[in-house]
Ligand binder design. Sequence first.
Ligand code: C2E
Ligand code: MG
Ligand code: MG
Length: 744
Amino acid sequence: MVALAMAGALAAAAAMIWREYRGARDGVFAHALLLAEADARTDRAVQERDIALISERLARFMALPGVKYAAVRDADGREIVARRGEDADGYPEADFGRARRGVAPFDQGIATDERRAGLERFSDLTVPVFVTADMQRGAGPRASGGEAGSRYLVGYYHLRVSLDEVWRSVQGYALRVALACALFVALTALLTLRVTRRISAPLRALEQLVERVSAGNLEQKLIVKGGGEVDRITSTINALISELHTYKLQTDTSNVLLSRKVDERTEQLSRRNEELNKAVQQVTKSKEQLHQLAYYDSLTALPNRRLFIEQLDVLLRLTRREQRIVALLFVDLDNFKRINDSLGHAAGDVMLKEVAGRLSRCLRSSDFLAVGSGGDVPSSVSRLGGDEFTVVLSNIDRPESAGMVAERLLQSLRAPMLIEGHELVVTPSIGIALAPDHADSVSELLKLADTAMYHAKSAGRNNYAYYSPEMSGSGVGRLKLEAELRRALERRELVLHYQPQVKVATGEIVGAEALVRWNHPERGLVPPGQFIPLAEEMGLIIELGAWAVVEACGQIRAFQRQGLTPPKISVNVSSLQFNAAFTALVQKTIADFGIDPGMLELELTEGVLMSNAEASIRSLHDLKRLGVSLSVDDFGTGYSSLSYLSEFPLDELKIDRSFVIAFDSGPRSASLVSAIIAMGKSLNLRLVAEGVDSGAQYRFLHEAGVDVIQGFLFSKPVPAEDFARLLGSNRFAEQIRTLEQEAA
Ligand code: C2E
Ligand code: MG
Ligand code: MG
């Protein structure tokens, strides 16, 4: 705007100055023309050569600005009168010829000096002076044109004007114009500034307001002082802002309420979520617990029968096509029921846990498995129930590896366990069946391993046996046996055989051990080792044991009725029978048959006595009070506490057959037997050696101090009738004489 005003003012000033300059210059020329005109028309001073008038006129010329030379020349251009400025010397002489070059005689001429003569620029003005024809007097050349016939050139006015000086003469004016122009520009600028301020200040305020509003600040009002329109706009905007502010406050409030609601909902949701998570956790936990209950034994935490069957099934399927051997070891604890019944279920549970722990630990020590099979053998222990455990060896390279594992399992249970203050030993019997050799289904494999286990038990317990097809052929499958055994008692298939006990010194029969046999309708005479453990596990032993006592007492009575003098008869007592009811039964039986209580002897193993020594002491005293004789069977195989042994009211000690067999296997075995004998003697017990079947054994035992000998050497266990015949003879006295003669 200011620039526009400045440009306009400058242009206007330039135009004005130029006009002034032109006016000044043209004023001189016009003056000259007027004078020439006047001269021609009125006074004819040039024609008349009126020097005074001419001089006066020239002087007037000289007074005009910039005129440096004024002259009147004749028609030929000769100078008649001339005036020169004071500083005429400083300028070049006026050149008439140059000034008239190219100009017709009656035309005025203006020749501007293009060259610079010093610093000044000059213009030469020549104006012809002419008269009409009738007034001709010594006139110059005739004028040409329409009036050529009536005009005569009488001379020229010649003016020389310094253009620079004309310019200088208007300089004052130019200065004034420039000043006015500057003033105008300044005013315009000032005005523009003010106007701009008036407009831009509200605009800036408006801009700031927009920024504030967009930043959400609606509290500050727009303050602009502009008056009029601006004020109206300001108040409108402020009203708008205040409405916006109110609206914003409302929105903020509802936003706060909304966010509070959202928070509440979020909290509710997260609480719900937590509850849901808890519920899911509980469900998962219960599921896990259910799974644990369904698949694991709660007592030992081992996999149960169900899991065992499922896992073995999968394993068998997987290994069917591979050349791998899977071994199933069926582990059954020997005489566990005795522990349970004599010490209570709590003690039994502790024992089962301990057994489970030992089996697992034993299988975990992978080095022995690796050594045994030449590689790592994956294995798992499960508890099927009661005292039955299984071990599955999922990848063995040869059948013998299973036997090595079984050996190791036996070993692991060998050390006594401390249960409720008792040092107990539990032994297992292990049956081994192999897949795919023996069977390839779980049920079949389990059945065969069970059969093998049963055979291991029959073979004297605390050992293992591989399944062989003959076992099945012999028909000793456990389930079958169980059913048959129950019937055996009802059908009176059980019989007692009697094995004589011979006094070393005299050869007389001082006793007989009643040993049960099962007269099986198909299999013939079954030895007790094959069904006593089963009877114990089935609980049938109570009935069986009672039957044996009654049968033996009845036999004593029968012998007596036959007129024979029978010796005392020993009956084996299982630990499960050994309780108050048994004592009552013995008492009643003796009374029923009316026999001398001293005729009856009861054989108890070390294990039975030691498993609950305190109770045993009481029971033994009860029995002792009845007058029966008490004997410790299989002495040396258990873990007898000598201090307890001395407290039991015992009469007899039976040295186990294993010592008798081993006596000549080395000096230590012999001295062991001697030590047992010495101990028995010191406890004042009768010493009976059982299982004696050779003369050498007889002689050794005789020399060692054994009182009574029982064994095949003298007689196998025989039916009652046969035993009655033995009673009548003095066979054994003769036999002893022969033996001693041989020795001598
Ligand atoms: P036990 O009480 O140690 O009986 C001795 C076992 O040794 C008997 O075996 C007997 O036949 C055997 N025997 C005796 N002399 C010799 C010998 O010179 N050589 C050999 N090889 N063996 C000999 P049996 O009759 O098979 O009885 C085995 C076990 O069965 C008995 O061991 C006993 O613990 C148990 N038993 C037998 N009858 C009964 C019973 O009525 N009730 C209970 N609870 N257990 C019984
Ligand atoms: Mg016995
Ligand atoms: Mg024995």
